[in-house]
Design a binder for this molecule. Structure first.
Ligand code: ADP
Ligand code: MG
Length: 672
């Protein structure tokens, strides 16, 4: 289970607790079972009245238990020869699941025993709270529990108090050893929460501390180029636009220009929903860099997106004499060489490309600004490789159309400064969104035909490429395209786009669609990010319940980019619960609200991957639920770092070790 060290074992915390302190009289168990249809957990202390092994395919041991209140049948499954070790008259503690079994009019009540212990005749039963550990088929919770219980005092010996005493006092935290003791061996159920809070606090505190240290270090490195653009340039830029900037765009540009003026590298995340106008903001940043004679590089995850950036940025930048060069993997060798030369000479002030920008042959004369679009699609190493092309640390602007709930932004992107465009350009027509039951799919295709008849184009997105992959019930793009071409959409120009097509074919399909040569594009989520075809007015998502809300919101963002009214149709099973989850999308187009809802629904789990402590599966903090603890810890961490940036004061001596010891905090230090 990935538990390698003492610390991992200690950090493998219970996922639940069973209160085994108060045994239930057998008669009470029987009465409960008669009232309940389901099996339920019970514990009892009783004597064995009789016991025998039953001959069956699997070993079964059967006994009658007796206490002052009455008798009860007990069974053990799969414990060969157990009857030989038990005998009538013995006193037992048993824990198991009780259930009434009704067979041919007769009712028997049975306790399916999962744990038992033989008690001496006059040993008083001393109950306890039993931790239930995340376990596997081969490593049972019981085994883990025994290992931890037996060694807890030794495991606790290694625990040091790493939080400053003042912090512990101020937040009324348990001390470290007491917390780790209580999470594994609580004396009362009420002991668990404070222990958990303390452990989460330490984890959050170390993440916040790492982030504060990284931000500070960047500020002190001091060797980025200070790019001071005069205010008059901003005015010229604004005047050259065919429309007024939104308030949010202006605010965000100001934030970025302010960063650029500093002699230390900017590291800023720009988030703004699809269509919020991030391109303009990027243009303004590039303009400021170019004004100081410094080159910029913009990296996008696909050629389609890079090409669209080039198309949009060139007209904004050319009036200011900024030449744009594109670097794609698919460029012919000659064109590639020319592009490289113009970048190396500094003639091209902006290079736009895919990860092809990272190849060694691309050298900049003076790279001062790096913009990374849809930054989550690139790995840490790729982002670092592009930054390394600057002679000094270049300023970095990360852009994303995926709204990040503030909870996640605080932790996962804790080392980035955050700029948010929370306002859409005026005049956008809202996208009408409908959740439609699977059984009405034929109607959906009629609607598609209707839109095409009005000269519009449509996307149809399916979760799988071909049938026979993954869960078999998923609608597959290839099959769907084949069918609708012959039936529902017969006579229309239907094209196909999916991730397993060669890049050249993908681009060709996308190009045909953007030129209006295709009516309906049946695709997988490769159309997700950034693709911009203003005439596309309808997005149909099949099997919509298979996507997260945030991803559906992204898909919806492919339409509503032109002047026509646009629609999004989410096709989901007739199952009401699935449909209800999707209704949020028909109620709002606010990406942040949708992202928060998405996060709430999925809970921490996969999204809060950063909070995994140690190698074991023990995840403590739930970002959503424990967000207030995070904010508390962050305030404390920020205050400590600003008062003692080197962590030199004696009371802060343990803090470096703390950051190093918590994997998610260490990751922040390493990745930046
Ligand atoms: P995204 O944030 O998705 O990259 P874009 O930068 O592509 O958004 O902008 C979406 C559309 O809105 C573009 O057609 C752009 O010209 C337009 N746009 C951007 N800013 C404004 C504005 N302030 N007023 C009107 N239209 C704008
Ligand atoms: Mg964009």
């Amino acid at each position: 289970m990935g538990i390698l060290t003492h610390r991992d074992l200690l950090a493998h915390v219970p996922r639940d607790y069973k209160d085994w302190r108060r045994p239930t009289p057998l008669a009470t168990i029987a009465a409960r079972a008669l009232r309940s249809d389901e099996a339920f957990d019970e514990i009892a202390v009783a004597r064995i009245a009789s016991v025998r092994d039953v001959r069956a395919r699997i070993p079964i041991t059967s006994a009658v238990l007796q206490d002052e209140s009455g008798t009860l049948a007990a069974v053990w499954y799969g414990r060969r020869g157990l009857a030989g070790r038990l005998s009538a008259g013995m006193r037992l503690f048993v824990a198991g699941r009780a259930q009434a079994k009704r067979r041919r009019g007769a009712v028997t009540i049975e306790l399916n025993v999962t744990n038992h212990r033989i008690l001496g005749d006059d040993t008083e039963y001393k109950g306890e709270i039993v931790p239930v550990y995340p376990a596997s088929k081969d490593l049972l919770s019981r085994t883990i529990r025994a290992a931890i219980a037996k060694n807890l005092p030794r495991l606790l010996e290694d625990v040091e108090e790493r939080l400053p005493a003042a912090v512990v006092r101020r937040h009324r935290l348990l001390d470290a050893r007491a917390a780790w003791h209580d999470i594994h061996a609580p004396r009362e159920m009420d002991d668990v929460l404070p222990a958990r809070r303390r452990i989460i606090y330490e984890e959050f505190f170390s993440i916040a501390l790492a982030a504060a240290l990284v931000r500070l270090q960047r500020k002190r490195e001091g060797h980025a180029l200070a790019l001071a653009a005069p205010p008059a340039l901003f005015e010229r830029f604004e005047r050259a636009l065919p429309f007024a900037l939104t308030g949010a765009q202006r605010r965000v540009i100001e934030e970025i220009w302010k960063d650029l003026r500093e002699p230390h590298a900017m590291n800023r995340l720009l988030q703004g929903d699809v269509g919020s106008g991030k391109t303009l903001v990027a243009a303004a940043a590039i303009l400021a860099a170019a004004d100081s004679g410094v080159q910029s590089a913009l990296m996008a995850p696909t050629e389609i997106l890079a090409a669209q950036h080039a198309e949009k940025l060139a007209p904004l930048l050319l009036p200011f004499g900024i030449a744009v060069e594109a670097v794609f993997g698919s460029l012919a060798a000659g064109a590639r060489r020319t592009a490289n030369e113009r970048i190396a000479s500094g003639e091209a002030l902006l290079a736009i490309g895919t990860h092809a920008l990272l190849t060694e042959s691309v050298e900049f004369k003076r790279l001062g600004l790096v913009i990374i679009d849809e930054q989550h699609r690139f790995g840490v190493a790729q982002r670092a490789a592009l930054r390394a092309k600057g002679e000094v640390a270049p300023h970095t602007l990360h852009m994303t159309a995926t709204p990040i709930p503030r909870t996640l932004a605080q932790t996962r992107y804790a080392d980035l400064d955050l700029s948010t465009i929370d306002e859409m350009p005026p005049g956008r027509i809202p996208i009408e969104t409908y959740v439609v039951r699977e059984s009405r799919k034929a109607r959906v295709y009629e609607f598609v035909r209707g839109q095409v008849a009005r000269g519009r184009q449509a996307y149809v997105v399916a979760p799988a490429i071909e049938s026979g992959e993954g869960p078999s019930s998923r609608v597959a793009a290839v099959d769907e395209a084949e069918r609708v071409r012959r039936r529902e959409l017969k006579g229309l120009r239907v094209d196909l786009l999916h991730g397993r097509m060669p890049p050249r074919e993908k681009d060709a399909a996308m190009d045909r669609f953007s030129r209006g040569e295709t009516d309906v594009l049946i695709a997988t989520t490769v159309v997700e990010v950034g693709v911009d075809v203003p005439n596309a007015a309808l997005m149909v998502v099949l099997d919509a319940h298979r996507y997260g809300l945030a991803q559906l919101h992204q898909l919806r963002g492919r339409v509503g980019r032109g002047s026509a009214r646009s629609y999004c149709v989410l096709v989901a099973p007739d199952d009401a619960a699935e449909a209800r989850r999707l209704e949020v999308l028909s109620q709002t187009e606010d990406g942040f609200r949708i992202a928060e809802e998405d996060l709430r629904l999925r809970r921490a789990g996969e999204m809060a991957g950063t909070l995994q402590t140690g190698a074991g599966s023990g995840t403590f903090g739930d970002l959503v639920q424990d967000f207030s603890v995070y904010l508390e810890a962050k305030r404390e961490a920020d205050a400590i770092v600003s008062a003692d940036p080197e962590l030199e004061r004696p009371e802060n001596a343990g803090l470096r070790a703390l950051v190093e010891a918590v994997p998610s905090a260490r990751a922040i230090l390493i990745s930046s």
